[in-house]
Ligand binder design. Structure first.
Ligand code: GLV
Ligand code: MN
Ligand code: MN
Length: 420
C-alpha cells in the first residue's frame, strides 16, 4: 500500500540555500570541486545534517558518504537513494543537491511516519552522497559510483591526476581519506533497490506541464582526450611554410566531432568539445601542445560506436596529414543503463496515488545511477527545471517542484523498504 508522506518544503529549500553558499564562486554561481576546502566544508556540513536527522553516518575510502535509517533487527537488507553535491565551475545550485538534500528530507519524513505509526522498516535505507559525480578534478565522472560498481579499478583510480599533475592518491591523503580503495567496491545486489531524485536538466517536463519524469533508461556517455604536439616557436620569426602547428588538427577535429554527430547520429546523439588546453598559451608563441577533450553520448550504443570510430580515425588522420604526433586516450566509454521495471512501476503507482502528473522518459545526462544500475535494481525520478537549463548559474527548480519530487521519492522508498 502506498503511503502519502508530509515533507517540509521550506526546510529543503533552506538546506539547498545554505549549501549553495559553500562555494568557490559568488552566488548565484556555484563551484564545488572534489577535496577543495569548500568541498570539505560541504561534506562536514552534510554529515552534521545527517546526524541531526538521526541517520547513522559512515564514509568510505573515496569519500562516498552514507547516512543510514536503520531497519529493525540485525542483518536486514537495505535499499538506497542519493546523488552528488559537487558542482562544476560556475554552475547552479540544484544539480545533484536536490537528490542529496531531497533524499535527506525524504528520510526525515519516513522517520517521522514510523515514529507516529509505531511501525518499523523491513529494509534499512541509505542516503548516499557520491564522491565526484562531475569530472572536473580528475577528468572522469562518477568517481565514487564507478569504484562502488567496479567499473573503475583501484589501480586505475590510483593513476588519475588532476590538472596540476598531482596524483589522486596524494590529494586523497591530504583530504584525510586513507585505506584500500578496493574496499569501496560493493557486492552485486548489495541493495535491493536504488532510486535517485534529480532535476531533469532538459526542457521536456516543463514544456509538457508535467510534475514528474520516471526515468526508464540513461544514455551512454563517452569521452576522449586527444593531444597534438609540435615544435612550437616564435610567432613572428617562424615562417608559415616552416611551421607544424598542433592547433590546426585540433581545430579541425573540433569541427569533425560536431559533424560526425550530425551526419552519423540521430536526435539523441550529442557531441561536445568542452576542454581545449593550449601550451604554452602565449599569444606570441606557436603552440607546442594542444589537448582537446570531447564528450559524445547516445542512448543507442551501436550508433554511438559508429560516431566514436569516425572521430578516432579522423583524429589520427589529421595528425598524420600534418606530420604532428598524436595521442588519443579514451577517458570512458560506458554502456547505457536500463532502469528496473518494478521500481519504475512503484514510482508510477506513487505518482498516481498523489495524482502527480508524470511521464516515462530517458535521461540524456549521466548520473551515479548509471553505475548503481550495474550492481542493483535502479531507477530515477526527475522534476522539471526552468527552461531545461543546467550546468549554468541560471539553473532553477521551484520549491513546489522539489516538494513534489521529494514526496514521490519518500513514498517510493517507504514502499520499497516495506514497513512491518
Ligand atoms: C553529468 O553531470 C553529466 O555531464 O551528464
Ligand atoms: Mn552535472
Ligand atoms: Mn547531476
Amino acid at each position: 500500500m502506498i503511503h502519502s508522506l508530509e515533507v517540509d518544503a521550506n526546510r529543503i529549500q533552506s538546506d539547498l540555500d545554505e549549501l549553495s553558499k559553500i562555494s568557490d564562486s559568488d552566488f548565484p554561481c556555484v563551484t564545488r570541486i572534489l577535496w577543495t576546502e569548500k568541498d570539505m566544508l560541504a561534506r562536514a556540513w552534510l554529515k552534521g545534517k545527517m546526524e541531526e536527522a538521526g541517520l547513522v553516518v559512515r564514509e568510505d575510502e573515496i569519500g562516498n558518504i552514507f547516512g543510514r535509517l536503520q531497519a529493525d533487527g540485525p542483518n536486514c537488507p537495505a535499499i538506497a537513494t542519493g546523488s552528488h553535491n559537487d558542482a562544476i565551475p560556475f554552475s547552479g545550485m540544484y544539480d545533484g543537491t536536490v537528490g542529496v538534500l531531497g533524499g535527506l528530507e525524504a528520510l526525515r519524513s519516513i522517520r517521522k511516519f514510523l515514529q507516529k505509526t509505531g511501525k518499523s522498516l523491513a529494509k534499512s535505507i541509505d542516503l548516499i552522497m557520491f564522491t565526484a559525480e562531475e569530472p572536473t578534478r580528475f577528468g572522469i565522472g562518477c568517481l565514487g559510483s564507478r569504484l562502488m560498481a567496479g567499473t573503475l579499478s583501484p589501480e586505475q583510480a590510483h593513476d588519475l591526476r588532476d590538472a596540476n599533475g598531482e596524483l589522486l592518491e596524494s590529494i586523497r591523503s591530504k583530504a584525510q581519506y586513507r585505506g584500500d580503495l578496493a574496499n569501496v567496491r560493493l557486492e552485486n545486489n548489495c541493495y535491493d533497490a536504488f532510486v535517485e531524485l534529480h532535476i531533469e536538466q532538459g526542457p521536456l517536463l516543463e514544456q509538457l506541464g508535467l510534475q514528474i519524469g520516471i526515468v526508464t533508461a540513461i544514455a551512454a556517455p563517452s569521452s576522449l582526450r586527444v593531444k597534438y604536439e609540435g615544435p612550437g616557436g616564435h610567432a613572428g620569426a617562424v615562417l608559415m611554410k616552416d611551421r607544424r602547428d598542433p592547433i590546426l588538427p585540433a581545430a579541425k577535429l573540433i569541427l569533425e566531432v560536431h559533424d560526425a554527430a550530425h551526419e552519423l547520429g540521430g536526435e539523441d546523439t550529442v557531441a561536445t568539445t568542452g576542454v581545449v588546453k593550449v601550451h604554452p598559451g602565449a599569444i606570441n608563441s606557436i603552440p607546442r601542445e594542444v589537448i582537446v577533450e570531447m564528450d559524445i553520448r547516445d542512448i543507442d550504443l551501436e550508433r554511438r560506436t559508429r560516431v566514436l570510430q569516425r572521430v578516432e580515425a579522423k583524429a589520427h588522420a589529421l595528425g598524420r596529414d600534418a606530420s604532428i604526433p598524436t595521442t588519443l586516450e579514451w577517458i570512458n566509454a560506458d554502456p547505457p543503463a536500463t532502469c528496473d521495471s518494478k521500481i519504475v512501476d512503484t514510482i508510477q503507482s506513487v505518482c498516481d496515488t498523489y495524482q502527480f502528473t508524470s511521464q516515462k522518459m530517458i535521461s540524456r545526462a549521466y548520473h551515479d545511477s548509471l553505475f548503481m544500475a550495474q550492481i542493483c535494481p535502479t531507477a530515477m525520478i526527475f522534476i522539471p527545471c526552468r527552461d531545461g537549463i543546467s550546468h549554468r548559474p541560471e539553473e532553477y527548480a521551484s520549491t513546489e517542484a522539489i516538494e513534489v519530487g521529494v514526496k514521490t521519492l519518500a513514498s517510493t522508498l517507504l514502499e520499497l523498504a516495506e514497513i512491518v
